[in-house]
Design a protein around this ligand. Sequence first.
Ligand SMILES: Cc1cc2nc3c(=O)[nH]c(=O)nc-3n(C[C@H](O)[C@H](O)[C@H](O)COP(=O)(O)OP(=O)(O)OC[C@H]3O[C@@H](n4cnc5c(N)ncnc54)[C@H](O)[C@@H]3O)c2cc1C
Ligand SMILES: NC(=O)c1ccc[n+]([C@@H]2O[C@H](COP(=O)([O-])OP(=O)(O)OC[C@H]3O[C@@H](n4cnc5c(N)ncnc54)[C@H](O)[C@@H]3O)[C@@H](O)[C@H]2O)c1
Length: 483
Amino acid sequence: MSDTQGNQENSTYDVVVLGAGPVGQNVADHARAAGLTVAVVERELVGGECSYWACVPSKALLRPVLAVADARRVDGARQAVTGAIDSGGVFARRNRYVTDWDDSGQVDFLKSIGAELFRGQGRIDGPRRVTVTRDDGARLVLTARHAVAVATGSGPVLPDIPGLDEARPWTNRQGTDSSSVPGRLAIVGGGGVGVEMATLWRGLGSHVTLLARRPLLPRLEPFAGELVTDGLARAGVDVRIGAEVTALRRPDPQGPVTLTLNDGGVLQVDEIMFATGRTPHTSDIGLETVGLTPGSWLDVDTTCLVRGVEGDWLYALGDVNHHALLTHQGKYQGRTAGDVIAARAAGRPVDDAPWGDHATTADQHAVPQVFFTDPEAGAVGLTAEQASAAGHRVRTVDVDFTAAQGANLYADGYRGHARMVVDLDREVLLGVTFVGPGVSELLHSATVAVAGEVPMRRLRHAVTCFPTISEVWLFLLTAYERA
Ligand SMILES: Cc1cc2nc3c(=O)[nH]c(=O)nc-3n(C[C@H](O)[C@H](O)[C@H](O)COP(=O)(O)OP(=O)(O)OC[C@H]3O[C@@H](n4cnc5c(N)ncnc54)[C@H](O)[C@@H]3O)c2cc1C
Ligand SMILES: NC(=O)c1ccc[n+]([C@@H]2O[C@H](COP(=O)([O-])OP(=O)(O)OC[C@H]3O[C@@H](n4cnc5c(N)ncnc54)[C@H](O)[C@@H]3O)[C@@H](O)[C@H]2O)c1
């Protein structure tokens, strides 16, 4: 429904979604499937950071690097890998997966579900109202009968270092959309973006220096970061733990960047990339008009309803709520919140008990994550340290993959390690971590066990196929039973 006042158009929908990334699209899809009318506001590309400058291009670029690394671990296949990776072919592959940064396919998806797309910057303007400012300056007002869902994602945080602007650093954007390989690349930050970008650009031939304040992948079990550090070093990445950049210089815009480091050393590179964390896209979305602080992460309950806002109409999903900065977890929140909004709109009961239909319980207990490094690292649930800190009485079981024949048949001289964290009181798994080639596809088995709270005694009946990498489960369970 729409009407016009002066030159400002006003329209009313059941739900207004801010941001058409993967998360915004999921909440829209679920609300539409329940029969609600939905407006989606997007200021850039429908598909968001994930589709064009994060998950999809990074994995399109990494896959050839990891495929070649896998082939090199198999006698007979290794001899067929004789040359360097063809970066032109890799970039062309990436361009196909990001559809040349053209979002028409995803626009068609929104049309197909019957959601209305509004292009422009969306801002909340008091309860249940959103203004959209288009590039040509035109403004329209959207009113939400039931809910406004914020899914505006996050952007890179850059440290405040002298010379930062002059250095014109890369962020995840240039790290995923560049079509030339820098001769020398410094990457700052040892989280997920840093380790994947180091794997990728080294694989394409760059001389990469990875500067990390702390050990790599600090949110995972410590052995994951250690094995990934080792893998990067074997690939030729100069990994420097404890390093920080204190100043940057790039006097000639076409010339190299000079980094001053905290140990007083100097490093010269052709590009520098920052992978030093994310900040929510909430500074310019009108949070102050509903009593919230601009620029803050949005604090939500288990149904993704924002706390501290009267009237139960504002939801926040995906990166902006800071539960887990991962596409799949944000999409889970989007599916859940879409269903919650529909239930509340229809006056139906909301099942927000733990593991209920309308609760994002997995955000607290079973978040899975895979890093596409060499070796791959995958984890779900709590680490041993997190589980103990949360007050659980735990047993930690560790095994090397080398004993699993399936793993060795997959890669000669397979190197990998797994850990499971068992809750001794309930005899269920709290967390599992795998590190090794090919473990990315193994992780979901652990996610099912953790989210399903499958009793340890039942897990022994989940027989692993011989000979597959999954045999690691047999070694883990045997070690648990015999301890
Ligand atoms: C290099 C990199 C690799 C990654 N790899 C993975 C991976 O392999 N797997 C994984 O699960 N996660 C990965 N992530 C994390 C993942 O990208 C994010 O968790 C995901 O994009 C979050 O989705 P979202 O929909 O919340 O936000 P986004 O994808 O950022 O989408 C938000 C959308 O909102 C729009 N928007 C923002 N503000 C407004 C406004 N005011 N008005 C209108 N529109 C607005 C933006 O333009 C954008 O389109 C990676 C991140 C990075 C940086
Ligand atoms: N495959 C995947 O699922 C995948 C891949 C990449 C990123 N992601 C997600 O995207 C999000 C963002 O990743 P990220 O790596 O940018 O952030 P992050 O927060 O995971 O890691 C950033 C790292 O940079 C370090 N750091 C911060 N400031 C620094 C400084 N000035 N100097 C040196 N080091 C500094 C931090 O200590 C931290 O270890 C993460 O939450 C991650 O889960 C997921």
